[in-house]
Design a protein around this ligand. Structure first.
Ligand SMILES: [Zn+2]
Length: 170
């Protein structure tokens, strides 16, 4: 695999898992694993504000033609981890000259490309804490300037999300 494929398909997952240490559950523990509130009130309020924005965005997604809505509150922690994993890889990519973002984003998309029954996806959306696979690819990509530049996505396109509506938490 090229470095771009490794970052897109493996690095984003590793970053996702590490970031769980700083999600709403993991952040209740200090560096030694003890239950200690180390957040400042200001940071916690800002985290909550950003998480609420993310929840509202996912709540607005209709997953299937039958009108099944995505439930933002259920998927918030995993959605935040997906975005944070991608954010980590973007930071590492910045350090590499001529980084091939198209290969990187395609490797990440390939990671989430699966076949499965509609019935299984419809039941997943009701209880699974992970967003549906296509959302793990598409909504995450929407949060990054490099995605818009690489694929020429512009206002009016289906994947376009205005920068003021981006959902990055960390
Ligand atoms: Zn996770």
């Amino acid at each position: 695999m090229s470095v771009e494929e490794k970052y897109g398909a493996l690095g984003t997952v590793i970053g996702h898992e590490i970031s769980h240490a700083f999600d709403i559950n993991g952040a209740q523990y200090d560096k030694d694993g003890n239950v200690v509130n180390w957040w400042t009130e200001k940071d916690k309020a800002e985290f909550d504000r950003r998480a609420e924005k993310l929840i509202r965005y996912y709540d607005g997604i209709v997953a299937f033609d039958n009108g099944t809505p995505v439930r933002g509150k259920i998927v918030q922690t995993e959605a935040i981890a997906d975005m944070t994993g991608m954010q980590c890889m973007q930071k590492m990519a910045e350090k590499i000259e001529d980084f091939d973002y198209e290969t990187f984003f395609r490797a990440n998309a390939f990671l989430w490309a699966r076949t499965g029954s509609l019935q299984s996806a419809e039941s997943r959306v009701l209880y699974d804490v992970h967003p549906l696979n296509y959302l793990r690819c598409n909504v995450v990509a929407q949060q990054f300037e490099e995605f818009y530049q690489t694929f020429g996505v512009k206002e009016g396109d289906g994947m376009y999300l205005a920068p003021e509506d981006w959902l990055i938490i960390w």
